[in-house]
Design a protein. Sequence first.
Length: 239
Amino acid sequence: MKIALLGYGKMGKTIEKLALERNHSICYKTSSEIDVEQLKQADVAIDFSIPTAAKENIITALKAQIPVISGTTGWLNHYEEVVKICEQENGTFLYASNFSLGVNLFFNLNAHLAKLMNGHKQYQVGLEEIHHTQKLDAPSGTAISLAKDIIDYSSLKDWKLVNENEESEAESIPVTAKRIENISGTHSITYSSSVDDIEIKHTAHSREGFALGAIIAAEWIKDKKGVFSMKDVLNLNNL
Ligand SMILES: NC(=O)c1ccc[n+]([C@@H]2O[C@H](COP(=O)([O-])OP(=O)(O)OC[C@H]3O[C@@H](n4cnc5c(N)ncnc54)[C@H](O)[C@@H]3O)[C@@H](O)[C@H]2O)c1
Ligand SMILES: O=C(O)C1=N[C@H](C(=O)O)CCC1
């Protein structure tokens, strides 16, 4: 498979390394404006760029009729617009806030736990994410996905980014974001009562899990049409 990398930073480079090991080739890579003629050589484009560039990169790939995967976070207020363009172009698009298998299993665990805890009002839920200091967005895309799943399975109405130990509003999930050197990505959800805590946690040890998931998604999506998620790729829809 010929892959175009839209964004050649930490993730682009990790994807390149693993893609070559899986006998794919990188036919184009850019960290700025896309050369459409070069992009058109690809079987699939993988966007890991920056929040302000992702939307345009994805739309450019869709208009060039190249299936596109995006892992960039912090641009999701434009998600519906991109879905519409994908449909108009009869294109192929997949977004995931987190491509790792472990986090996608963790998403299911989080949803099951939220369902279980619904109605046990003595427990206060809280979400914490920790990432490296170069991260541009907060909270992480993964934390937002986790919070949305809790909202779907509980009576809570929204989430709010708060400082550690800050009082949270009723009906809102407090989300704390910490930035520490060299942390690839840690997410934990805690339900606290006056007598105990229940906590689930995912810790990424490197970027390789994200990169491998993105390549598996690219292999899966290459000849499909439509808008997909990692639940489709990993067959996790009916769990
Ligand atoms: N979904 C996931 O599993 C997952 C995993 C890791 C990171 N991420 C997200 O992916 C994104 C990239 O992460 P990273 O760690 O590689 O960041 P990074 O800063 O190392 O790399 C981003 C690269 O994009 C380049 N860039 C700037 N403007 C661009 C443009 N117009 N087109 C293409 N590239 C452009 C930058 O120069 C940089 O090289 C972030 O939003 C991050 O949150 C998602
Ligand atoms: O390193 C990052 O940046 C990461 N971003 C994603 C997010 O925002 O959830 C996934 C984890 C790593």
